[in-house]
Design a protein around this ligand. Sequence first.
Ligand code: GTP
Ligand code: MG
Length: 222
Amino acid sequence: MDLTLWQYQFRIIMLGDSTVGKSSLLRRYTEDSFLESINQTVGVDFYVHFLEVEPGVRVKLQFWDTAGQERFRSVTRSYYRNSVGGMLVFDMTNRASFDHIREWHAEVCEWLQPHKVLFILVGQKSDRDAHSERVVSREEAEKLAGQLGMAYVEASAKTGQNVREAFELLTRWVYQGLLTGEVALQEGWDGVRCALPQTLRLQRASIYQPCTAPQNSKKCCD
Ligand code: GTP
Ligand code: MG
């Protein structure tokens, strides 16, 4: 089977302070590996993963892994616009990284207008909770997520706990947004893309369903 076949492509952006573990989350999700010593991201890195959101509906997830360091901000900002989903990440053992979440959120929303990104908040390094290193409680993180209108998940790239769950929750939320029309496909915007017509023809001949928009939403490939 050709693993490149997909019906939708979602662009997801990873955001949060340096060292919170954005790249580590992506490594865990896409390669199931973890490095104690990992290079800081320079500018933006790129990861790909495929997920079947329902039988026959395969999504290609394109991740933009941005550098948390301030000096790369002008580069990373240019990736906001073409994202449909965003993972806002803080380190639960680093108070400042939690305090900065509102700023990350506000900055992206400001740059994105009139587009909208669907976010999820992730409290990273939950493995360190066992060593009493947590400085941000689940309650206050859940409260912030509620105020910002997003779900909250605690995860550990080190142990793998909740990593797949966090990415899948976000992906399914974007997919639901397509179903309900909350995510609108627009000319010249690459946050969501559909398979090319030629690929579609191949898909129709395979087990995959054609790339029509899900029920109740606009047709995606018009
Ligand atoms: P920038 O690229 O600079 O924005 O940082 P980042 O957010 O991508 O962080 P990165 O993934 O590079 O991880 C920073 C450090 O945290 C590395 O030493 C990782 O090994 C460590 N780390 C990442 N995730 C976890 C985790 O879940 N638990 C623990 N204990 N350490 C982690
Ligand atoms: Mg990184």
